[in-house]
Design a binder for this molecule. Structure first.
Ligand code: SF4
Length: 372
């Protein structure tokens, strides 16, 4: 069934701004439910509940589903980040106003555009929009973030007649990456960005413009069949390859390697699902049964038989769960506190990453500076 949410949503704005026809094309495709989306929804529900309890008592409903340790810690990080802004405004003698899960209408710029501000704090001359990101797969920054800017336009539009404010502050709160990132614009700067986005939104709304691939394709629902994305990712490997690759070509392949690997997995999954679920025949391909691994169907019975026949050394020693699983159980901070004496972090292997990566450059222990 086609999606029911806004065609030009704020969360997909980086995509439809860069590739305007993607919005209409995506709206005809089915949403795929994901465990990550369900986790994010639960974290937001708990964040909303705690903020309401603290600042808007009597207005919230406790979510029915419990949180694990990791989520509980992440929600605390978010609630603390919001509270810090609110309390700092109060300490300055201002009279801040907070709204949670606030509907923000940015339709004056984007046709039928609306979104939800997780926490919006209006204070003396400034409005702050705080957006909780529960995911940890991709670091999200506030600077030049079109989703936050659309929320900011919506917040300005919603509150401009009640609270005169000059600046908008936009914050990403991404607890599982320990990321609290902020950007500030004056209202005129925000509005001038709004003029630019309005043109792009009109193109996207009408399904005009040209497809353009880039990092924004990562979550596009059209990616499985998009030829523009395929050319963008694979041309460096197949299209432009001269007899000997240039340094630029090698660097381009490495820069895109993660996206290329993901693309190859996605397109294989897509083709397999079509073949199995819809009986689609792909030229030159067929579906076979994959390699299967033998399994013991009844461990108790197997153990009894082995012991009866004199084999007693049949159990593995007890092993700890992985660090990721234990962190999920206890919460990252509590786990870190409890395990501080027993966790070691060996030096990582050298890895090629984009020059813009925040990590400092690798220095080899083997480097002999006596030769300098
Ligand atoms: S996958 Fe294709 S349609 Fe989707 S954003 Fe990328 S280029 Fe546009």
């Amino acid at each position: 069934m086609p999606a029911k949410h806004a065609i030009l949503s704020a969360s997909s704005s980086a995509r439809w701004m860069a590739c305007p026809p993607s919005a209409r094309a995506e709206s005809k495709m089915e949403d795929k439910p994901s465990i990550f989306a369900a986790e994010g929804t639960l974290a937001h529900a708990w964040g909303e509940y705690f903020l309401r309890q603290k600042y808007l008592p009597g207005t919230g409903v406790e979510p029915e589903e419990e949180m694990d340790g990791e989520m509980s810690e992440a929600v605390r990080f978010y609630v603390d980040a919001v509270s810090e802004v609110f309390e700092a405004e109060k300490a300055k003698g201002n009279h801040p106003f907070i709204s949670v899960e606030q509907r923000l209408d940015f339709s004056p710029w984007v046709p039928k555009g609306f979104g939800t501000g997780d926490a919006v704090i209006v204070s003396d001359g400034t409005i702050e929009i705080m957006d909780l990101k529960y995911g940890k797969g991709v670091l999200v920054l506030a600077k030049d973030n079109p989703q936050l800017r659309l929320y900011a336009l919506g917040a300005w539009w919603t509150f401009k007649d009640i609270f005169p404010f000059k600046n908008v502050r936009m914050a990403i709160v991404q607890p599982r990456l320990n990321n609290l990132d902020k950007d500030t614009l004056t209202v005129p700067e925000l509005r001038s960005w709004g003029y630019m986005v309005k043109e792009k939104a009109a193109l996207a709304w009408n399904g005009d413009g040209h497809r353009k691939a880039g990092p924004h394709c990562r979550f596009c629902k059209c990616r499985d069949t998009c030829g523009v994305l395929s050319r963008y990712l694979l041309d460096p490997v197949t299209g432009k390859a001269a007899e000997t690759l240039t340094d630029d070509q090698i660097a381009e392949i490495i820069l895109k390697a993660g996206d290329i690997k993901k693309y190859l997995t996605d397109i294989s999954d897509y083709a397999l699902a079509k073949a199995v679920d819809n009986g689609k025949a792909w030229p030159g391909l067929k579906v076979v049964e994959g390699r299967s691994v033998r399994k013991i169907s009844d461990e108790g019975k197997a153990a009894d038989v082995l012991k009866l026949n004199g084999y007693n050394d049949i159990y593995k020693p007890q092993t700890l769960k992985t660090i990721t699983e234990l962190e999920k159980l206890c919460g990252k901070k509590r786990f870190g506190d409890l395990m501080k004496d027993v966790i070691i972090k060996p030096k990582g292997k050298p890895t090629l990453v984009p020059a813009s990566d925040r990590r400092p450059e690798f220095v080899s222990d083997d480097f002999d500076d006596s030769v300098l």
